[in-house]
Write a protein that binds this ligand. Structure first.
Ligand code: GDP
Ligand code: IMO
Ligand code: MG
Length: 426
């Protein structure tokens, strides 16, 4: 049984939730390894829509075990809310969720600091989701974070909070009360206890027993703290490498990495985006693709597929198979552009630059293909796709040096064309 990682290959919101849900049918265990409730993964089942933030998107399949690994930062209030919401909709969570005892917590002051910092940065802000992600990971790296396991060790917890209050006194004084946060932590300890375990051991055993383990990436590789468009990134490793640090699973145990790509590109928040469209076309795609953030509701910036970015991401993650989503959103277009290179100061660049300045000044070089101008959202097989759509997909495969394993033509589970049967077989 495979050990499979699913990552986003652009700036997030590629449709990972839908794909994870689809693959979960055959999986035994679904694991989140990084990020927090900045993620918003949408799953549509008939007339019902679910948006998962912290809980793995496999939860909608009865009986599957869902794990939140140590690399995830957990806001306990958001977690309990999400569990309650799902349970109120008839989804059983209680016995199917496991949380790493060494995951770090997002505490109320992290959310507050995220907001304050964004306000202070004004127009130069990153456009974070304001969920406290950056400040929580900063404290983790700064060794003043609070882990889940610390909730059960009152002396350690109290001392840790004391050092946080000492280090951040300008920010926290008069706004937060140490005693009140300490008491709140003790309440959380009771509520979270039943989910907490050594998830590193749990996942390892599942792999050793030959179970199908699916790792669910959040955000996208171009938002990765190391490999993304820094500083316009999130604060975790969204790449496949994040699985090892974010769960304690060894790299030699991973069989395969699948990349999820939208048939075009979107970005929410600030930062460079070479193929961004500022024309009516962007608005048309935004409306048809319902490109509004699943977590914050912000309109997403829209643009063409960027081969330079995706090729870079394919290499970093070791992706051989791509899933292309939202192909149906391009149905009405006369022509479709693919960015095949960048022009920078008269030179042609085909490697994604790390320099923010260069990336901001790069001009995309486009190859233009004809659109298919027809409805494909109920197409069930590749052969039935219009020739122009096949040509577009074929060109994406050639240019990114990958094979397309799944094509999504609508938000629902059955609006999927399966090319690589191994992905949906048990
Ligand atoms: P994620 O963060 O990668 O899970 O993606 P989001 O859930 O934030 O955004 C993807 C959006 O596109 C959601 O509203 C999905 O329901 C929707 N979606 C996913 N696949 C398709 C598709 O193939 N076609 C269309 N039209 N919508 C899709
Ligand atoms: P999913 O998992 C799209 C973006 C924010 C901002 C930057 C930093 O649904 O694909 P943060 O709050 O993480 O400090 O914000 O990252 N961002 C996302 N964009 N999809 C996401 O998650 C994102 N999570 C964070 O908009 O630009
Ligand atoms: Mg999303």
């Amino acid at each position: 049984m495979p050990v499979l990682v699913v990552v986003g290959v652009q700036w997030g919101d590629e449709g990972k939730g839908k794909i994870i849900d689809l693959l979960s049918e055959k999986a035994d265990m679904i694991v989140r390894y990084q990020g927090g409730n900045n993620a918003g993964h949408t799953v549509v089942i008939g007339s019902e829509q679910f948006i998962l933030h912290l809980i793995p998107s496999g939860i909608l399949h009865p009986g599957k075990l869902c794990v939140i690994g140590n690399g995830v930062v957990i806001n306990p209030v958001a977690l309990f809310e999400e569990i309650e919401k799902l349970e109120s909709r008839g989804i059983e969570v209680g016995n199917r969720l496991r949380i790493a005892d060494n995951a770090h917590l997002i505490l109320p002051y992290h959310t507050f600091m995220d907001e304050e910092k964004e306000i202070l940065r004004g127009e130069k802000g990153i456009g974070t989701t304001r969920r406290g992600i950056g400040p929580a990971y900063s404290d983790k790296a700064g060794r003043i974070g609070v882990r889940v396991v610390d909730l059960f060790e009152e002396d350690i917890l109290y001392e840790r909070l004391k050092s946080v209050f000492l280090e951040k006194r300008e920010f926290l004084e008069r706004r937060f009360d140490l005693e009140a946060i300490f008491k709140e932590c003790l309440v959380w300890a009771e509520k979270i206890n039943k989910y907490v375990t050594r998830t590193d051991l749990l996942i390892d055993k599942a792999i050793e027993d030959g179970e199908y383990v699916l790792f669910e990436g959040a955000q996208g590789t171009l938002l990765d703290i190391d490999h993304g468009t820094y500083p316009f990134v999130t604060s975790s490793n969204a790449t496949a490498g994040g699985v090892c640090t974010g769960t304690g699973v060894a790299p030699t145990k991973i069989d395969r990495v699948i990349g999820v790509a939208k048939a075009y590109t979107t970005r929410v928040g600030a930062g460079p985006f070479p193929t961004e469209l500022k024309t009516e076309m962007a608005e048309a795609v935004r409306i048809k693709g319902r490109e509004y953030g699943a977590t914050t509701g912000r309109p997403r910036r829209c643009g063409w597929f960027d081969v330079v970015g995706v090729r870079y991401v394919v290499r970093i993650n070791g992706i051989k198979t791509l899933v292309i989503t939202k192909l149906d959103v391009l149905n009405d277009l006369e022509t479709i552009d693919i960015c095949v290179g960048y022009r920078y100061k008269g030179r042609i660049i085909d490697e994604f630059p790390h320099s923010l300045k260069i990336l901001q000044e790069c001009e995309p070089i486009y190859e233009t293909l004809p659109g298919w101008k027809s409805e494909i959202s109920s197409t069930a097989s590749f052969d039935d796709l219009p020739e122009a759509a096949k040509r577009y997909l074929g060109r994406l495969e050639e240019l990114t040096n990958t094979e397309i394993g799944l094509i999504s033509v609508g938000a629902e589970r059955n609006q999927t064309i399966i090319l690589d049967e191994t992905l949906t077989m048990s």
